[in-house]
Design a protein around this ligand. Sequence first.
Ligand code: CUA
Length: 335
Amino acid sequence: MPAAACPIGRACLFTFGCTLLFTLTGCDGPQSTLSPAGTGAARILTLFWWMAGFAFVIWLIVFGIAVYASRPKRSSHSANASRWLIIGGGAIFPTVVLTLLLVFGFRLMADLRTTEGADLRIAVTGERWWWRVRYLGQKDQSTELANEIRLPLGKRIEFILDSPDVIHSFWIPSLGGKVDMIPGRINKLVLEPTRVGVFRGVCAEYCGTSHALMNFKVVVMQAEDFEDWLATQAEPAAAPRSALARQGKKGFFANGCSACHTIRGTSADGEIGPDLTHVGSRLSLGADILPTTPEAFRRWIAHTEEIKPGVKMPSFGMLPDEQLQAMAAYLSGLQ
Ligand code: CUA
């Protein structure tokens, strides 16, 4: 009886269809390896489909053999045929398949690490638990920001990756493969975005208490828009416009925030925490866990330890709410 005519067969087909539908619709989104937005991710996806295809064929063969072996009346076969089944299926076939995949994988890996002809260089340091991002320009000039990486469409971008203390792993699933950030060592990765959009990067190596709260936004822009954005980021911070923000700026310095944070254009030049020069213009706060609204800034300053356990920045919940609101107005206004 064909599967479509049998009620059990129809139920199986329906379940299989629903599973496939739910699985594949879940494969899109800002951090999906199955929806590539970069040349590296596309090549890795090709490797994945080849591996999945091979695995499916091997599964069919093994399943066929199992069905054949479980038949109550099967014909006998010679010792010679059994020997060749074991040598061929158990040794030669897996050796050939695994060697082919290994050679393909090694060639792919070498291509993804080639840093020749990069149009832009970005140094990213894995901190606990956030990302220090520096756009390296000519003559030792660099622009620093945090937890947000913007990239020009169609350019080759070289990432220079390191960490001062623990091992992290830098990964933008939509754009390419992951690379470890190892203390005392510099690793490199080249990515080439092929689609405009907002994607998500993650830390892919357990690095401590707030490992899961260490993400970042990746924005792929048209080349001209990117140049404008980078020029704005390189500028010093704008002066606060409202009375509340001016009061917040005073609070920022009075409470010692400048010892850990830099705001270019002011006397704040601390290097322990993220550069805040244009923090209000970013898409997220606290390494992609809060929006950059004044309310989110207020919450973050007052409850840092609760929002991100183990973070180096102390909570300032003891400050009067009025002062917290003023500081939130100042920081969210740093566009
Ligand atoms: Cu950094 Cu996990």
